[in-house]
Design a protein around this ligand. Structure first.
Ligand code: AP5
Length: 210
């Protein structure tokens, strides 16, 4: 199974793609998480990405494509993978097509309206390991502390209202054209991503297994 998750910031790509990856037994590969790991480790790539991510801009294609194609060539991705946050524009989609491991079986497109996106992102809190909560909908057992590793929960630096608007504009301009790109191949599965997390996961699993 080689599945891409497509959708605006805050549509639930990270939440759903991790659950679906665990259910189908392939690795969850998030370019956002990989870049945040580089930033935390203060690598060359992390230093190049940090300001761009904080401003809501895309990291340059050559850097992200090299990082992603290395990752999907790893042994654990031999039977498939779930991509969360890649591709993000047509150049990245074409690079994925050209990579030896890059054939795509399905694209799950998460549909959520803009008011709900802003509500979800405003309430999101994460620990440094990328475990994600929502203050109202998925609160941790102890306020401000990750249930899984006891780390402090914080707001992502790119989750301010101003940067959310920028990220949404970048999504519309750069990423939305991928909907037609994959629809022409008959790969798009439209998922109404409202309601409980569990219900949405079930919908996605039914659609990809049909
Ligand atoms: P990335 O980390 O990929 O961020 P994003 O695409 O903007 O998506 P988000 O992580 O904001 O949202 P999500 O859809 O995963 O939602 P989530 O599940 O967390 O990228 C960040 C940055 O990295 C980019 O801006 C760019 O700079 C760079 N980057 C990454 N990939 C790149 C690439 N390929 N090329 C270039 N640059 C790249 O859910 C959101 C909230 O809602 C959470 O609090 C969650 O608990 C809650 N929630 C989820 N589902 C539900 C539900 N059903 N009901 C209620 N609440 C819910």
């Amino acid at each position: 199974m080689r599945l891409i998750f497509l959708g605006p910031p805050g549509s639930g790509k990270g939440t759903q793609s991790k659950l679906v990856a665990a259910a189908v037994g392939v690795p969850h590969i998030s370019t956002g998480d990989m870049l945040r790991t580089h930033i935390a480790a203060d690598t060359d790539l992390g230093r190049k990405a940090a300001d761009l991510m904080q401003a809501g801009d895309l990291v340059p294609d050559d850097l992200v494509i090299a990082m992603l194609t290395d990752r999907i060539a790893a042994e654990d991705a031999g039977d498939g993978f779930i991509l969360d946050g890649f591709p993000r524009n047509l150049a990245q989609a074409r690079a994925l097509d050209e990579s030896p491991a890059g054939t795509v079986d399905r694209v799950a497109l998460l549909l959520v309206d803009e008011d709900e996106i802003v509500r979800r992102i405003a309430g999101r809190r994460c620990c440094s390991q990328g475990h994600t909560y929502h203050l109202d909908d998925r609160p941790p057992a102890r306020p401000g502390v990750c249930d899984l590793d006891g780390e402090r929960l914080e707001q992502r630096p790119d989750d301010s209202e101003e940067v959310i608007r920028k990220r949404l504009a970048v999504y519309r301009r750069e990423t939305e054209p991928l909907i037609d790109f994959y629809a022409e191949r008959g790969l798009i599965l439209e998922i109404k991503a409202l309601g409980s997390v569990e219900h949405i996961t079930q919908q996605i699993l039914e659609a990809v297994r049909a």
